[in-house]
Write a protein that binds this ligand. Structure first.
Ligand code: NAD
Length: 264
């Protein structure tokens, strides 16, 4: 850690436990000197998140369920009351009905399509539009996506469609907020064993396949996602906005397995 984020203050949304990508990011930001506010979805998660919030000496820990817009308002009210202005916002939130993270995309229901879109895509837009006015000295926002948005991944289904919309919203938000010196980017992470990751049927098979067939021949961990996030949230990336940055051991560049793997 180098003090990259010293003097910066912001909100990290999406810590469920110590396996969460948001936790890898929060810990790295803290190590780099940032001051953090964390959120938890409901009381069940809250019990697990509180000791983690203590570990990173969080300035506040707020309940925030993005399906309940009032709790999003409260979150940014708290940030404004605590700090006046903020420098960064991290959104690491997604949900879809497990029963539709298997089988055919074509069978997605209207109800789950809407819910998946609101929680996994629109919540970023709603939170970003509340975070932006607090970024009076410029700032940076970050969300988490997955390459099932641009290429078909078995079982990812409606979540892939939601991630495509999320990635598009990163570009529109970057254009909206750019004039105020606010940058908006996404990290497209390779598969990580988390609560959300386990919701996708046969996630383990996909995890093992990507490990085997990525240039680095391994998956990524939440520490390296955290370090890439620190770059995108710090002044080191001051010229970068609207970008979907892959942190996936290079898996996305491959069109097929290496020939020697096929011959074996
Ligand atoms: P996780 O289960 O640790 O985190 C998901 C978070 O979303 C949880 O904290 C949960 O409380 C929160 N959430 C769900 N519904 C919510 C709601 N209504 N209101 C508020 N919060 C809500 O899993 P994760 O893998 O760390 O997921 C974080 C992000 O990373 C997600 O956007 C996910 O799609 C993305 N991602 C994950 C992987 C992976 O393989 N795990 C890969 C690429 C991208």
């Amino acid at each position: 850690a180098s003090g990259l984020m010293a003097g910066k203050r912001g909100v990290v949304m999406g810590v469920a436990n110590n396996h969460s990508i948001a936790w890898g990011i929060a810990r790295q930001l803290r190590a780099e000197g940032a001051e953090l506010g964390l959120t938890y979805q409901n009381d069940q998660f809250g019990r697990r998140v509180r000791p983690l919030a203590d570990q990173v000496e969080a300035a506040f820990l707020e309940r925030c369920d993005v399906e309940d817009l009032a709790t999003v308002d409260t979150l940014f009210d708290t940030a404004a009351k605590t700090w006046g202005s903020i420098d960064f916002f991290v959104h690491a939130v997604a949900f879809s009905d497990k029963n539709e993270l298997k089988g055919r995309y074509a069978d997605t229901t209207r109800e789950n399509f809407s819910r998946t879109m609101v929680i996994s895509c629109f919540s970023f837009t709603e939170a970003a539009s509340r975070a932006a006015p607090l970024m009076t000295n410029g700032g940076a926002m970050l969300t988490l996506t997955y390459s099932g948005s641009v290429k078909v991944m078995p079982n990812y289904n409606v979540m892939g469609v939601a991630k495509a919309a999320l990635e598009s919203s990163v570009r529109y938000l970057a254009a909206d907020f750019g004039t105020n010196g606010v940058r908006v980017n996404a990290i497209s992470a390779g598969p990580v064993r988390t609560l959300a990751g386990a919701g996708v049927t046969d996630a383990r098979l996909m995890f093992n396949y990507q490990r085997k067939h990525s240039p680095l021949q391994r998956t990524v961990d939440i520490e390296e996602i955290g370090r890439s996030a620190a770059y995108l949230l710090s002044d080191y990336s001051s010229g970068v906005t609207g970008e979907i940055h892959y942190v996936d051991s290079g898996y996305n560049i491959m069109s097929m397995p290496k020939l020697d793997e096929l011959r074996a």
